[in-house]
Design a protein around this ligand. Structure first.
Ligand code: ACM
Length: 262
């Protein structure tokens, strides 16, 4: 399977421009799955819920999902990308999963970070694994990494690979994702953005790039720069994620001592 990430630098609020830029970056690129960053087409730092409501879109009816589906059809690929979703009077920090045959599903971020709590409703959908190009793919968004139960739940649901749209501001995440992969023997594709946003007084944000693909042995297969927009693609062997033995006598799930855990 060939998997890739897009690392972009969106202009806050300019959805058309950001979509066009990502479409350009993806032109002529070939992979089975591309992961795009969290809120890749709107930008990240909303001031309040009203502002999110102004830019959020229905999923799957909205412009961003439709544009991604068109690209997925054109490039014969699957795309998992973060976007602001509106559903009646609720707004979610969501990810959409779409492919060559159209819309597949969505995930709504369950662990909201910092000021996101004032802007979004917490995700209310169960963690789920999607069938994508022969792989079982789980989805989590950025700060979900800080709660190991998220990746563990996806792995227990059968995920071979975790798609991880992100807007990273906490320095430990790229390294921590290596641990998430080791803990669960899964692949992870973290798609981050670069650039800065300074829309809330005293809360300037710098996004760290370093999008990456990590394998079940904790190897970083590819990692992007901290400053540039880029696409990287790598070939992965899913069988590696399906072997949960650490030694002939240690199985990563069967050796768990659920009788002694909280
Ligand atoms: C984050 O969850 N975007 C830090």
């Amino acid at each position: 399977m060939r998997v890739g990430f897009v690392q972009n630098n969106p202009v806050f609020g300019n959805v058309q421009k950001n979509l066009a830029r990502v479409e350009k970056l993806l032109e002529g690129q070939s992979a089975d799955l591309f992961v795009l960053p969290e809120l890749f087409a709107t930008g990240y730092q909303f001031k309040n819920k009203k502002e999110v409501q102004g830019l959020a879109e229905q999923v799957p009816e909205g412009t961003t999902t439709n544009a991604l589906t068109s690209v997925a059809k054109k490039n014969n690929t699957f795309i998992i990308a973060g976007l602001a979703e509106i559903d009646k009077n609720h707004v979610y920090n969501s990810a959409v999963i779409t492919g060559p045959n159209g819309y597949i599903g969505k995930y709504r971020k369950i662990h909201l970070f910092d000021t996101e709590k004032a802007c979004f409703d917490p995700g209310n959908l169960p963690l789920k694994v999607f069938d994508i190009a022969g792989a079982k793919v789980g989805v989590m968004i950025c700060f979900d990494w800080r709660f190991p139960e998220t990746a563990r739940s996806l792995a227990l649901l059968g995920a071979d690979l975790i798609a991880h749209p992100s807007n990273l501001v906490l320095a430990h995440c790229p390294q921590a994702m290596i641990t998430r992969c080791l803990e669960n023997r899964v692949f992870a594709v973290t798609a981050d953005r670069v650039g800065k946003e300074d829309r809330i007084e005293g809360e300037a944000l710098k996004f760290m790039g370093k999008s990456q693909v990590v394998d079940p042995d904790g190897n970083i297969l590819v990692r992007a720069s901290e400053t540039e927009e880029e696409i990287q693609i790598v070939e992965i062997d899913l069988e590696k994620a399906r072997d949960k033995f650490l030694t002939p006598h240690n199985h990563i799930f069967e050796d768990r001592r659920e009788d002694l855990y909280c």
